[in-house]
Design a protein around this ligand. Structure first.
Ligand code: ADP
Length: 311
């Protein structure tokens, strides 16, 4: 990981009796696309609000760009962009007026502002609707405009809280492409979602949040390694001792009888399958059926929490 631009250490937050964040620690490196995955109520929005200095913590520390983050730190605040879950755009203003408004907030003026607004309208595919009131837009178009508004000042670190809520598939792809392009251009992105597919598709490192706690935080391949894969083979005409031969295959952790054959618990299904086939050939055993079950992020989540990620 690159040196962290964001460090969260032991952050706690309570709303009355509800513990929204229960000692959250994580770090995000410069240039990363980092996913914060968790079901509704996990604490994602609370964490993002704290990271953007919109909400105070009860305990713990947030460090941005290597120094403690304070609400009063205007310099640090200029370096961050926030795509809030509740749209920030004004329905009575046109797309262009919205972006002008946000640009002015960040001190852009005159030709520089107009150039930036044009550039953003084009990048989110709204140039031809620039003069129309945002209130008349579809959910997806509003989200795209909201994203443009979040980056008008060219932030170095961008927080996106459920940026695809209420979005049609076309706008969703548009938003993905836009977020990827921003990241490729060097913007560090923290992306929250309760959609596994989104986080899996976009993010290199993922923190799984539940009940205000980080249950796991790593790259997808490492998270998937938390679970074993299983291989089922059905065989005919296996000689005595065949099960022992399967059990001796490197990467096989355990073996038990299953319908017409065996079920193997393995680290990685593909190399074991190749060896199973070789063992069958060498012993004159007919391999009649094969199936594998690989870990998925959904199953990792279930394993960690005992419940499904989906609502
Ligand atoms: P997520 O974004 O993952 O859905 P949130 O951060 O919105 O989760 O919520 C975490 C918990 O804190 C939930 O139990 C939620 O009901 C509670 N919560 C969030 N904001 C408030 C608030 N302003 N007042 C009271 N409870 C809140």
């Amino acid at each position: 990981m690159q040196p962290p631009v964001l460090e969260v250490v032991g952050v706690r937050k309570r709303y009355g009796r509800t513990i929204a964040l229960d000692g959250v620690s994580l770090a995000v490196g410069a240039g990363e696309m980092f996913g914060l995955l968790g079901p509704n109520g996990a604490g994602k929005t609370t964490l993002i609000s704290i990271l953007c200095a919109l909400t105070d913590t009860d305990a713990g520390e947030v460090r941005l760009f290597g120094r403690p983050f304070r609400r009063s730190d205007r310099e640090a605040r200029r370096l961050i962009g926030i795509g809030t879950q509740d749209l920030s755009i004004y329905p009575d203003l046109s797309a262009r007026e919205n972006l002008r408004f946000f640009g002015k907030l960040y001190g852009l003026r005159g030709g520089e502002l107009e150039k930036r607004v044009d550039e953003l309208l084009s990048s989110v595919g709204l140039s031809d609707r620039a003069g129309d009131r945002a209130g008349t837009f579809s959910g997806g178009m509003k989200r795209r405009l909201n994203l443009a508004a979040a980056v008008v000042h060219r932030p170095k670190l961008l927080f996106l809280d459920e940026p695809t809520t209420g979005v049609d598939p076309q706008s969703r792809n548009h938003i993905f492409e836009q977020v990827k392009a921003l990241n490729t251009a060097g913007v560090t992105v923290v992306y929250t979602s309760h959609y596994m597919e989104e986080v899996q598709k976009l993010c290199r490192r993922i923190a799984i949040l539940e009940g205000g706690k980080v249950l796991a935080c790593d790259t997808l391949p490492v998270l998937l390694k938390l679970l074993d894969a299983t291989v089922r083979v059905a065989v005919a005409g296996a000689p005595p001792g065949f099960a022992d031969q399967l059990a001796a295959i490197p990467g096989v952790k355990s073996i038990k009888p299953a319908a017409d054959g065996f079920q193997l618990v393995v680290d990685d299904a593909a190399p074991v399958l190749a060896k199973v086939a070789m063992t069958c050939a060498a012993t004159g055993t007919e391999l009649t059926a094969v199936s594998t079950r690989e870990p998925t992020l959904e199953r990792v989540f279930l394993h960690l929490t005992g419940r499904e990620l989906r609502d």
